[in-house]
Structures are given as C-alpha cells and as structure tokens.
Design a protein around this ligand. Structure first.
Ligand code: NI
Length: 182
C-alpha cells in the first residue's frame, strides 16, 4: 500500500519515534508499504514517521545514487541503535521526500557502526561507510525527530524560510502523494 508522505511542519516529523514490539503482526505489511512508498516517490530512504507511523523503522535502497560498479544497499532497519559514528566529516548534498525541492550540504562523519533488527527479528551489527552511511544517518535522524534542515546555518535557514513555509502549506510540485500539516 502506498502511503502519502507527510510534509515539513508535520508534528510527527519532530517526534522521537517509539520502539517496535516484537510480535507486531502488522510489521511485515508496514515494511512492504514502506518500500512501495519509497520507490513510488523515487527516494533512496524512507522512515516510518514520514508516513505518519511514529515507530523506529526505516528502509533504504541506495542503488540509484551509488557510483557505477558499486552495489547499492537495500535494507530494513528495525529498532536501530547507532553505536558510533567515526571518521572525518564530509559534506554531501542531502534532500528529503518530506522537504521537496530543497537540497543542502550537510556535514556528517564518514562511517557508522549500527545495531538493528530485520523484519524477521534477526539481529545485526554492521559498519557502513560513504553514501550508505549517509543515507542511514539521515533516516536515523528521522526516527529521532530530526531533519537535515536542523543542521543548516542561520543564514541558509533564513534563505529557505519562505520555501519551507510553502511546503508546510502543501505548495509542492511532486509526483507522489503528500500530506501537509493541518
Ligand atoms: Ni528525509
């Protein structure tokens, strides 16, 4: 099922999401819907709060933005725990399906070590670097109630203030279903 993606200004995007209970019978269906919704919107990552579900779950598929010859990472992260972020900070231009039309450089560390479960409650601890780490860091922020715009300088924030206000009124030009805050 394809869900509408909530836009900037929606309270659910600023909320710390809740842990998912093991045995949640709707989890499989939700994961499936998350991938469908992400692909429909041509995103490389989607967090559950973006479809109005304030739970600790996100999906990623970095295939479209990997360099040629490098495999993408397609994965589900359930109740993830960021153990550490390591390496030098680097700038990468981020965007967000909840903030269409705005992109900005964000500095983040190059690598991460993260613990998480998959949809069958298999437990993993992995390292990721580069683009893969970047997408995961962005999605992890979503379940912590954080957006990439939170990292911008006061000047940059001032420059995009009007556009953010438009987005929160639903004035966006996208090819996927969206839901503006009331
Ligand atoms: Ni995002």
């Amino acid at each position: 099922m394809i869900f509408p993606i909530v836009l900037y200004g929606s309270p659910v995007l600023k909320k710390k999401a809740a842990t998912i209970e093991r045995g949640d019978e709707f989890l499989g269906k939700l994961v499936e819907s998350m991938f469908e919704t992400m692909y429909e919107a041509q995103g490389v990552g989607l967090a559950a709060p973006q479809i109005s579900h304030s739970v600790r779950l996100f999906v990623v598929d970095t295939t479209p933005i990997e360099e040629e010859g490098i495999d993408g990472l397609k994965k589900v992260f359930i109740n993830p725990l960021m153990i550490e972020e390591l390496g030098e900070e680097w700038a990468f231009e981020e965007g967000c399906l909840s903030i269409p039309g705005i992109r900005a450089n964000v500095n983040r560390k190059a690598g991460i070590r993260i613990k998480y479960y998959d949809e069958n409650w298999g437990e993993y601890e992995d390292h990721f670097y580069g683009i893969k780490a970047r997408v995961i860091q962005h999605e992890y922020d979503h379940i912590e109630g954080k957006l990439f715009t939170d990292y911008l300088t006061p000047l940059k924030k001032r420059l995009i203030k009007g556009r953010l206000a438009d987005i929160s009124k639903g004035k966006v030009d996208v090819n996927y279903r969206v839901k503006a805050p009331k």
